[in-house]
Ligand binder design. Sequence first.
Ligand SMILES: NC(=O)c1ccc[n+]([C@@H]2O[C@H](COP(=O)([O-])OP(=O)(O)OC[C@H]3O[C@@H](n4cnc5c(N)ncnc54)[C@H](OP(=O)(O)O)[C@@H]3O)[C@@H](O)[C@H]2O)c1
Length: 320
Amino acid sequence: MGCRLLLLLSALCALLLLLLLCLGLLLRADSDLTLQWAERRGRCPERELPGMVVWVTGASGGIGEELAYQLSKLGVSLVLSARREHELERVKRKCLDNGTVKEKDILILPLDLTNRSSHEVATNAILQEFGRIDILINNGGRAQCSLIVDTNMDVFKELIELNYLGTVSLTKCVLPHMIQRKQGKIVTMNSLVGIIPGTACSGYGASKHALRGFFNSLYIELGEYPDIIISNIYPGPVRSNIMKNALTEEITKDFKYIHTLATSRCARLILIAMANNLKEVWISGQSFLLRAYLWQYMPSLACWISRVFQKQLRKILNDM
Ligand SMILES: NC(=O)c1ccc[n+]([C@@H]2O[C@H](COP(=O)([O-])OP(=O)(O)OC[C@H]3O[C@@H](n4cnc5c(N)ncnc54)[C@H](OP(=O)(O)O)[C@@H]3O)[C@@H](O)[C@H]2O)c1
């Protein structure tokens, strides 16, 4: 009897220690536990990604620009897309300065995600140039910062047109080609607000929730093609121009905000997720990461806490 009790107590202590270890890792982390494990023990991008043809949307700034630099150092063939061609040229020059890729390895392909009729032509242009698309990184998008009551319907429509329908349309153009080859990766930049509801970003959050639903369904539908990888990336706040470019109450009004995680760190973690074929990753410092876990596993408690702190968040927004 005494021996059994001792065994039970030891097992409980071991479990407690494991929980404390996980909590310690989580508190110091800037990504979820699976991605942390992949970074320490998994496959590295330098071995897995060279030689691939990678199409990055939203490559003219922020996370997309940083992804382009880091990918160019790995020796991939790059297709850079966004609306501002001169910015894409600037990113291309910086990639060439890295010295690993050559002029012929980088294609500049201006593209407006909201102009869906142009997506098929763009896809074919890449197939003509490189013969295949190994990885599509759906990164282009815009955020929002305005309360629901103050926000014009045009803003909600624009967010769905760009973040959701633009991404779905491009994915649908690339998908038949990947199905034909029975391989490929589709990596989509979602956001932690696609999991945690945020104050003053209802339309943005809705567009990202829609993406979550779409890509989770796509993952299941592609069950017979295990080598087509669907990867969803959920970053928290990252240093970029996203809030400078955010939509507010009116289509024409600007907003300014300060971000936390370095863009280079975010891009590196995305490459690790790609190299390890991770289906869903969360990239963020605290408190966003803890909140994501809370929303995932204890939504009622998370909902209550968010409402309690809602007033403080609203005050911060008003003071800006
Ligand atoms: N930064 C963050 O805190 C954060 C957090 C979570 C998720 N994300 C997601 O990460 C992705 C990249 O954001 P970011 O932080 O790098 O923002 P960013 O610095 O504002 O860059 C956004 C990119 O999207 C492109 N874009 C905007 N509208 C477009 C359109 N109509 N057609 C084609 N491209 C368009 C922009 O290029 P052009 O203006 O030249 O078209 C730019 O290259 C977004 O999907 C965002 O939702 C960011």
